[in-house]
Design a protein around this ligand. Structure first.
Ligand SMILES: Cc1ncc(COP(=O)(O)O)c(C=O)c1O
Length: 442
């Protein structure tokens, strides 16, 4: 046996990782994916289930970090890709799918007077920020602690800072996350704790006329799926309006997951601009910015530059047309099902924790939620999650994985339209057994 240790249920994955490390920088394609006991290699997947190369089968609650809103290999996407295989794979020019999908987004999303497509969510955010600066002639962006808006220098700031780096909540430090990040990127960003309108207001009182936009995840999915306090998103809307700044919702997770109209439809708060990605095409790479006509029309003749060889690629757009078509059938039955099953699972996990006498908070909405081993009764922002027992979470996730439940390393769980009540029953049983194991190891 090599340095990999004794053979276990994930030997096949360990072996492949060892090989991959000799050619791929870092071994995995995104450091976020490197966190499990071993980054798993997968052989196949169908619906809500996924199989690794060692033949272990899991109920998949990672859904590729979000995109698989219809589950794996949904027949509508398989058919779209099959038909697309016979058509031009990339054109670098205009074709019908572009406006067809844009029109569909216009119909579904409240703020979407115009749409622009990118490949990744990180790019979509960059375009939204550029538009906001061009539209207002201002530079500063207000972002919130714990929120993730992609890996670019301009926004990878105070995403998951350490407690000692953060400064007081009333005047937080802007904390870069990566070595090699341009230090002056920090000068363009103000940071505040989320869900505390009085702090955002006092920042605006001091710097409001320099702020181009507020950017927020409308549900804080990237730090434990925390919900906005009642009225908070409306308060942000009013604050932006008072100072002539724009409001940007980063709906890359909530879009086409929380509801057909995203979080903006759910909460009834319309931003000036919003970014979408992940679930938009049900799997293939596609993201978008949608927003008010006069802002979006700055692209091109209005002097806002933007491009991308792979923008509007036909394969992704064909999958987006198929995904949105499935999602809007029977007045959104698929998303209603994903959110109903997810809510049932959240409640099942809460009850299992109560039966086991383990303190566990389950936060979020049905189709995206997260587990917190914490004594805190209420979780309102990233700072509150710093009290989570992360070692306990890691031990729990390992036990759950051994029992066939595959969740994200931060305790997040995504639910698709392919998950069933049977999945919920099996998951709750596995979770309860994992919690008992956890309790016994204390
Ligand atoms: C809210 C949010 N914004 C932006 C991004 C970046 O998207 P991408 O990974 O497609 O670049 C992500 C990715 O997880 C996200 O969750």
């Amino acid at each position: 046996m090599s340095s990999l240790g004794p053979p276990d249920r994930w030997s096949g994955s360990r072996l492949r990782l060892e090989r991959a490390r000799r050619s791929l920088a870092g071994g995995v394609s995104s450091p976020f994916r490197a966190k499990f006991p071993v980054p798993l290699y997968f052989a196949d997947a169908s619906g809500s289930r996924i199989w690794d190369v060692d033949g272990n089968r899991y109920i998949d609650y990672t859904l590729a970090w979000g995109p698989l809103i219809l589950g794996h290999k949904h027949p509508a996407l398989v058919e779209a890709l099959r038909r697309q295989a016979e058509r031009p794979h990339i054109l670098g020019a205009q074709h019908d799918l572009e406006y067809e999908v844009a029109e569909k987004i216009q119909q579904l999303v409240p703020c979407a007077e115009r749409v622009a497509f990118t490949s990744s969510g990180s790019e979509a955010v960059q375009l939204a920020l550029r538009l906001a600066r061009a539209a207002t002639g201002r530079n500063l962006i207000l972002k919130f602690e714990g929120h993730y808006h992609g890996w670019m220098d301009s926004v990878l700031i105070s995403h998951h800072p350490q407690r000692e780096q953060m400064g007081p909540p009333e005047a937080p430090h802007a904390v870069p996350e990566s070595r090699g990040q341009a230090p002056n990127a920090l000068e363009n960003v103000l940071v505040a704790p989320w869900n505390r309108i009085e702090i955002a207001e006092s920042l605006f009182e001091r710097r409001g006329r320099q702020i181009a936009a507020i950017i927020t995840e409308p549900v804080l999915c990237n730090s434990g799926c925390l919900l906005p306090r009642p009225g908070y998103l409306k308060q942000l809307r009013r604050l932006a309006d008072r100072y002539g700044a724009l409001l940007i919702f980063d709906e890359i997770i909530t879009g086409f997951r929380m509801g057909l109209g995203g979080a903006q439809g759910y909460y009834g708060v319309t931003p000036d601009l919003a970014t979408f990605g992940k679930a938009l095409a049900g799997g293939p790479p596609l993201s978008a910015v949608a927003g008010r006509r006069e802002i979006m029309e700055l692209i091109g003749d209005g002097g806002v530059a933007f491009g991308g060889t792979f923008n509007r690629n036909p394969n992704s757009l064909a999958c987006a047309r198929a995904t949105l078509g499935e999602l809007e059938r029977e007045r959104g039955a698929a998303l209603a099902q994903a959110n109903r099953i997810g809510t049932m699972l959240m409640e099942g996990i809460r009850e299992a924790a109560r039966r086991c006498g383990v303190l566990l908070q389950v936060t979020g909405f049905g189709a995206a939620f997260a587990l917190h081993f914490t004594e805190r009764a209420e979780l309102g922002d990233y700072r509150d999650t710093l009290a989570d027992d992360r070692e306990r979470l890691a031990a729990f996730l390992l036990h759950a994985l051994e029992k066939g439940v595959y969740a994200l390393p931060d305790g997040r769980m995504y639910v698709s339209a392919a998950h069933t009540e049977q999945d919920v029953a099996e998951t709750v049983a596995a979770v309860e057994s994992a919690l008992l194991q956890l309790r016994a190891s204390r």
